[in-house]
Design a binder for this molecule. Structure first.
Ligand code: GCO
Ligand code: MG
Length: 414
């Protein structure tokens, strides 16, 4: 068999997704996710113009060789667009390999290491009563680990806080304000940020959540790249009494050495890497034991092959996975993460925001969420299908993530 053709599918069933579908000469198909939120068409063009022509006629079973061919062969290395394109090809080839073997993908990755993948959901609220309702709604849905984000006094809107209706609905149909498609040509929404107000407020929020929900519930929090190292150290230390499962993206982490300073001051576990793409981007973080969880999704880190490589390296240092799973990772990317997650020895936790109903109608995933655990489907391959007809009813809509400014108007990390 060889690769006969590959299609780049762009659709917006609730939000934008870029999907690669590879078809072999005897009609087996495989899917890969190539969605880069807010920059979707760049990956679509990279795939269409520069990758798909290279795939035709290749042996579809040569997954590692194709990965190297696209990575080394491009000469230009790393970066989100290239690595998302490679991820899509890699994931689709694993899907095909598993289908031709007649096995669910996790069987090719070593088989099950656990019964299911512990998932965490996103609770949020502008004020505490709304946040508590959102936590309760998540618990009622079966979540056993919960991320906590709230509003900050004096700021109108901040990252990670759903509109009241969505927060009250729990994970539900997650049309978070920051992920809603914008009208074509519209500029990104602008938000405001005040680090001092945040650092004063966050410990009080976690104290209130612990008082309300007790000591056992694993709680997570995302600082979304907004702090300097010394501010991050201060936050980590001030949250220690509340025993977080992790504190995420405390700094932008482009300067990985800066994390040493954070580590010297706090035992709060750190999770970093949702914007990192390769094992080389993690080298210092892993070797110097500056993080506890790897955040890259399969979609942005070179596929199953790329993330597996990062996780095997991380295992040497007892670092675990905490794979990125917001709704901008498609059901294809999530399914692949679950097949890897259930097989990996050093799995930690999987982020899980439920997709919009329209998204699931296009992708028809077979993974299940049972008692707080995500379980990949047992049919051959990834267990995801793509319905062209339903997708056709949801054309691409331009959408940007918001940008963030400090109170003096200067641009800050969002
Ligand atoms: C998370 C992430 C997301 C990102 C989003 C950007 O931890 O889930 O930070 O919410 O902001 O994926 O596209
Ligand atoms: Mg994050």
């Amino acid at each position: 068999m060889t690769i006969a053709f590959a299609e780049v599918l762009v659709a917006s069933p609730g939000r934008n997704f870029v999907t690669l579908r590879i078809t072999t000469s005897d009609g087996v198909t495989g899917l890969g996710d190539a969605t880069v939120n807010g920059r979707e068409l760049a990956v679509a063009a990279y795939l269409t113009e520069h990758v798909v022509p290279l795939l035709i006629g290749r042996d579809e079973q040569r997954v590692e060789d194709t990965w190297q061919y696209l990575y080394r062969g491009a000469y230009w290395r790393r970066g989100p667009i290239t690595m998302a394109a490679i991820a899509a090809v890699d994931t689709a080839l694993w899907d095909i390999k598993a289908k031709t073997a007649g096995l669910p993908l996790y069987q090719l990755l070593g088989g099950k290491s656990r019964t299911g993948c512990l998932a965490y959901g996103h609770a949020s609220g502008k004020e505490l009563p709304e946040l508590f309702d959102s936590v309760r709604a998540h618990l009622a849905e079966g979540y056993r680990a919960i991320r906590i984000q709230t509003g900050i006094p004096g700021l109108d809107s901040v990252y990670g806080v759903a509109s009241s209706a969505n927060a009250a609905r729990g994970a539900g149909e997650s049309t978070r304000y920051d992920h809603e498609p914008a009208r074509r040509g519209a500029l990104p929404v602008e938000e405001q940020w005040d680090t001092r107000a945040y650092l004063r407020h966050a410990p009080a929020v976690f104290e209130a959540v612990r008082n309300e929900f007790g000591p056992e519930l694993p709680l997570l929090h995302d600082a979304h790249h907004r702090l300097t190292p010394i501010q991050a150290a201060k936050l980590g230390r001030s949250l220690e009494p509340y025993d977080l499962f992790w504190l995420e993206d405390v700094t932008p982490a482009e300067n990985q050495d800066a994390l040493r300073l954070v580590r010297q001051h706090t035992t709060t576990p750190l999770a970093i890497g949702e914007v990192f793409n390769t094992i080389w981007d993690y080298r210092k973080l892993i070797e110097n034991q500056l993080i506890d969880y790897v955040r890259s999704p399969i979609t942005h880190a070179g596929g199953v092959t790329g993330l597996r490589r990062i996780m095997d390296y991380a295992a040497v240092y007892q670092i675990k996975s905490g794979v990125h799973g917001p709704t901008d990772v498609s059901p294809v990317g999530l399914a692949a993460a679950l097949h890897l997650g259930i097989a990996l020895h050093n799995f930690g936790i999987q982020e899980y925001m439920r997709h919009d109903r329209r998204t699931d109608e296009v992708f028809r995933p077979t993974y299940r969420f049972v008692d707080g655990l995500l379980i990949p489907g047992d049919e051959p391959g990834l267990g995801v299908d793509y319905d062209d007809e339903v997708a056709g009813a949801h054309p691409y809509e331009q959408a940007y993530l918001p940008v963030n400014r400090l109170l003096d108007g200067s641009l800050h990390d969002w």
